[in-house]
Design a protein around this ligand. Structure first.
Ligand SMILES: *Cc1c(COP(=O)(O)O)cnc(C)c1O
Length: 405
């Protein structure tokens, strides 16, 4: 079959047709256990009854209305989302479609906040080396990884990268005369599941408060319950000025959010920002279903328990190919002694023909879907709804593959 797609993705060999729980099925009827959630998006797994009901009912009622107006569901979604982020100090939200768009909003807020208060020149946004903030020109400019800074220049000016964990560099970069904001992932995702230290985040919060620099958390991958608290920043006992969310926020329907607290909630005014699809009724209905499930403290405790099971199981192997496993909640990175990509391929190729797309989820030989992060890290971001039995099953497949390397 001719491939009409631009060649932007390194693809693995599977074409999926449907999913159920944490299981995906391909066109050949093979079954796969999904430990990736479409990169932290399908946080409630596939065919989740509450999500499917919300989407089906909303599709029949109203899919989209432009932002000249509001819709009943968008109002409810915004309220639930702001309330879910109240511990972090959030008061208002702007809804867009993606993580990059949310981070664009955060950068605009920081720039305007500083410009209005201090005048021109104080516009730098500090981010960390190894960070990932998106694929638009500005969010690539914010991303602290060399490999993203090729071919597409000139990039947006005014970003400065510092190494995580270095308090002196932090102190120097958070300069009160030039810096408008500090954008940080509490747990870095793309570069290998790297949690920031507690002292580091607390110091950053103190310096930002003292110097009136906006403290902005990119929670697009690590937020929304992924690490066992609704926002990953809650584990540090700090509050934020700005928070961005996307990925799992509507369980698979595109939506992104930039939230702001007391200092910055009023920065964007009529005409300053917009998004045609942003937070439309379909996305809002899905988002409500996700928030109603994920903001339950008991549900969050389960995420912590399952994450511990996953990491303890891998540690107990003492496997010669495994260097380290680290993470929080259901966000884990496993460093191995070789490139991760061939392992992902071997895991997917484990799937054998399993009797058509309607085969039982316990089909004889499923494949396992994992992600890589950096070069030698296997990244786990399973749906929150995964069971202990499914964690065991998936890890069994991984161990079998590691044994053969
Ligand atoms: C995925 C991701 C983004 C970009 O989100 P898109 O929806 O792909 O634009 C930004 N920041 C982090 C931390 C991410 O994981």
């Amino acid at each position: 079959m001719a491939d009409y797609f631009m060649n932007t993705y390194h693809r693995l060999p599977a074409v999926f047709t449907k999913g159920e729980g944490v299981w995906l099925y391909d066109t050949e009827g093979k079954a796969y256990l999904d430990f990736s959630s479409g990169i932290a998006v399908n946080c409630l797994g596939y065919n989740h009854p509450a999500l499917v009901r919300a989407l089906s009912e909303q599709a029949a009622k109203l899919i989209h209305t432009c932002n000249y107006y509001q819709s009943d569901v968008s109002l409810v979604f915004a309220e639930k989302l702001v309330k879910a982020c109240m511990k972090a100090g959030m008061q208002k939200v702007f809804l867009g479609n993606s993580g990059a768009e949310a981070n664009e909003g955060a950068c605009k807020i920081a720039r305007k906040y500083s410009l209005k208060k201090y005048g021109p020149g104080r516009h730098t946004i500090v981010t960390l080396k190894g960070s990932f903030h998106g694929r638009t020109i500005t969010t690539l400019s914010a991303t602290g990884q060399e490999k993203f800074h090729r071919d597409f220049g000139p990039f947006t000016e005014g970003f400065r990268f510092i190494p995580g964990g270095d308090l002196e560099e932090l102190d120097r970069a958070l300069d009160r005369t030039t810096t408008a904001g500090f954008l940080v992932e509490a747990v870095q995702g793309e570069s290998g599941i790297i949690p920031q230290g507690e002292e580091y985040i607390r110091t950053a919060a103190q310096l930002c408060a003292d110097r009136d620099i906006l403290l902005m958390f990119d929670e697009i991958q690590c937020g929304l319950g992924r690490t066992g608290t609704f926002l990953a920043l809650e584990a540090y006992g700090v509050r934020a000025d700005v928070v961005t969310l996307a990925k799992g926020l509507a369980g698979g329907v595109p939506v992104g959010a930039v939230l702001a607290g007391e200092k910055a909630a009023g920065v964007l005014q009529t005409g300053d920002h917009g998004s045609t699809f942003g937070g439309n009724p379909l996305a809002a209905a899905a988002g409500i279903a996700v928030l109603d499930t994920v903001s339950d403290p008991a549900f969050l405790e389960e995420i912590v328990r399952k994450g511990r099971l996953l990491m303890d199981t891998v540690r107990a192997w003492n496997h010669p190919r495994v260097r380290e496993i680290r993470g929080r909640g259901l966000m884990a990175g496993l460093d191995i002694d070789r490139d991760a990509w061939p392992v992902l391929e071997a895991l997917i190729r484990r799937a054998e023909k399993a009797g058509g797309p309607d085969a039982a989820p316990n089909a004889a030989a499923p494949g396992l879907l994992l992600l890589s992060a950096g070069e030698r890290t296997l990244r786990f971001l399973p749906p929150y709804t995964i069971t202990a039995g499914e964690i065991d099953r998936g890890l069994g497949i991984l161990k079998t593959v590691l044994d053969t390397l």
